[in-house]
Design a protein around this ligand. Sequence first.
Ligand code: SAM
Length: 402
Amino acid sequence: MHCPHFDAGECRSCPLMGVPYGVQLADKEAAVRARLAEATDARTHWDAPAASAESGFRNKAKLVVTGTAAAPRLGILDPRQHPRHHDGTGVDLRDCGLYEDGMKAAFHAIAGAVTAAGLEPYDVAARTGELKNVIVTRSPDRELMVRFVLCSADRLEALRPEVPALREALAALGTPAAVVTANLHPEHVALPEGPEEVHLAGDATLRMELNGIGLRLRPQGFFQTNTDITRRLYATAAAWLADAAAEGGTPVERAWDLYCGVGGFAFHLARPVAEGGAGVAEAWGLEVSAEAIEAAREAAAELGVADRVRFTAGDATTALAAPDGTRPDAVVVNPPRRGIGAELAGRLEESGVPFVLYSSCNAATLATDLTAMPSYRVARAQVFDMFPQTGHAETLVLLTRR
Ligand SMILES: C[S@@+](CC[C@H](N)C(=O)[O-])C[C@H]1O[C@@H](n2cnc3c(N)ncnc32)[C@H](O)[C@@H]1O
């Protein structure tokens, strides 16, 4: 795959652009295997890496808005300038090949709404203007969540009247905006969004249906960016656990999903084995984002499993802290890049939990965490190419007791 922005040196988001996809995938698997060399052995079963489409796979766009209200650019700040001395010039990436089908046309409609509302893009150098970013997420049903990240509430009343026309335009493109919000982000910091979300139109959540399970996503909740790979990741985790439980004759009644986001792993584990799940009777998800937990609870209610798939907002590193607490039969951990850390790894090591599924976007921290859990062995492992065109990959491992 080739990209004019990469060739021109004006976007560095895809360092592997131009490297044949098969080579990317083989290199990633080799790199992950090398990282995990000490934690794995000859008995570890490596499933073939899960390949992604090499373009059109991204369901989420975080677009920095530059230029003017009359001619906005949606993309990134020019990476050829030093961040501290940036003059605010942007590169328009509406035609970026990573985004899913239909998103590019939606970006043009959104730019039209920016112009109609007269929203001046935020100028990072002068610290003037209002609109910082536009964040768009597309569901598998082609529905969109559109979020305008504004410096303040001052221009909300200019944006609000343009939302119905934007929704009409998006619906006509076949990508209806199920959720439209404004995110208020007053600080001058590199984070893409701020703490306050103002609902402008549509529903409170976007429906993300994966493998027949209707997940729910709120504006500030995390969702994996490659829908097809995510679908396979969740299904694989459930299948491995079901297989391991059947092989070992170890029933898996209770599972915990730590760092659960909107509950993707928990819902898949709680499905009957005959439907591709792990047949877990009770699942419990723990996640720091209250918004994600609300969305997970909503999905549980809608799926009719709220009595046995429960969610709590809280810190996953403190899970398994109570010495006399209930012990699950399986734990899924899917932390951010920093990994689960020594504290939770130590608790899992001590816990006696028979099965751990660790889904990691950083093989380096995965390797470190595994060294802190020596009584587990990596029974099964697979690389999932969540991030084509980059050196990053998701790795799923199934840990069983030695
Ligand atoms: C890689 S995401 C995984 C989310 C989810 N498992 C999924 O498949 O979408 C990591 C999640 O960990 C959450 N998180 C970060 N630190 C946490 C902590 N200390 N305790 C609980 N959740 C945390 C983030 O909010 C984010 O939702």
